[in-house]
Design a protein around this ligand. Sequence first.
Ligand SMILES: *Cc1c(COP(=O)(O)O)cnc(C)c1O
Length: 475
Amino acid sequence: MKYLSTRGHADRPHFCDILLEGLAPDGGLYLPEHYPQVSDATLTAWRKVYHDQGYAALAFEILSLYIDDIPAADLRALCAKTYTAEVFGTGEIVPLRHVEDGLWLEALSNGPTLAFKDMAMQLLGNLFEYELGRRGESLNILGATSGDTGSAAEYAMRGKKGVRVFMTSPHGRMSPFQQAQMFSLMDDNIFNIAIEGVFDDCQDIVKAVSNDLAFKRQYKIGTVNSINWARLLAQVVYYFAGYIQATETNAQKVSFTVPSGNFGNVCAGHVARMMGLPIAQLVVATNENDVLDEFFRTGIYRVRGSADTHETSSPSMDISKASNFERFVFDLLGRDSARTADLFGPQLAQAGRFDLSAEPLFVQAASHYGFASGKSTHSDRLATIKDVFQRHGMVIDTHTADGVKVAREHQQPGVPMVVLETALPIKFAETIVEALGQQPDRPPKFNGIEDLPKRVVVMPADAAQVKAFMVEKCD
Ligand SMILES: *Cc1c(COP(=O)(O)O)cnc(C)c1O
């Protein structure tokens, strides 16, 4: 399998070439040259693989269609090492839980940091260690986080040979639980940098450091953000696992509702559907930051400035532009890389928006690709958390609540609707208390985490000081 850039660059790298990279050289995103097609017989075989051998074996089947530069035995071992009951809490790894008539939750948040990002990041950690070891290289990951990404990256990379993580976060702005998760890590290869500023300042620092090409090369700076193809690919697996659990035969269809921000999670659903998984709808659920809902309703994609990006009680979906969205638009436009390059290059830079409403192709977003969307606000979130608790005795997190709210508006008779559970409620306890008047459950291994010693340096929003810190730690 070779990969191409959504903006048409001539290179056709293989999986391991793009594993350690972010964007393609022309600023586009990588996608496979084609989507491998899963026949009815293969899907039936995969049902048996999942039921008899488990999630890791299913992951191997799917990943091996996209990865031809890691020997099969090694890839199988990497999957087996990643998706274990010890790390993800259950043997099913992603069990379905019944909520009410026709509605299910797929539990993706029982990994080390209690958010779905662990599903992909844990694999990425093992892939990085493997590939860096094979090349005899090392990598310094520099990131910016408002919470979930940073902790998932640190728990995936801790103790990994050849990798250091430098994670910036806005000083004092993450939830106490999120701060405790990250700052209590004492591994030698993990460095927390709290920046006196907001999340955008952290992102600006990462950009400034990455744009210093000499520094980037000398210190082997890399990233693990959601545009990384390996992360997206890892997420494709749980759409298959969810489908297999929700159905008995391949004649049945399933819909998924996905709490969305950067369009990474739901883009993996798009890939699964393109492979032939019988998905009826892919429902994109947003919060008050409704860039994506607006697009699927109107055909207009309008990115927001940071001043127009609301701080909400589902903060991991507070985005102003969806960094993976270019992948879907590329497919929607019949893989026209010149048009994609124009829309996501000059058009967005100059106008901050593009408009596909007059395009016959836009209609296909729903009819051809199954996409639908909806939006949920703070009061919807509180009402949904309360309702699900009162009627079903389940406590759901704020992002998942946005999903349930929107899913209920899109259910179709006879088609199971699976909502992806993207975090556990303990991560966003303040809003749970607001909705229910009580604290959410805390998995026992997190008892007392806020009282552990913390390791973090506080710095002004100054890229030069961050660089100096990195240099000191790399020597
Ligand atoms: C990252 C995250 C999301 C958004 O996922 P995308 O892939 O960016 O669309 C939703 N919910 C939670 C809890 C997250 O951490």
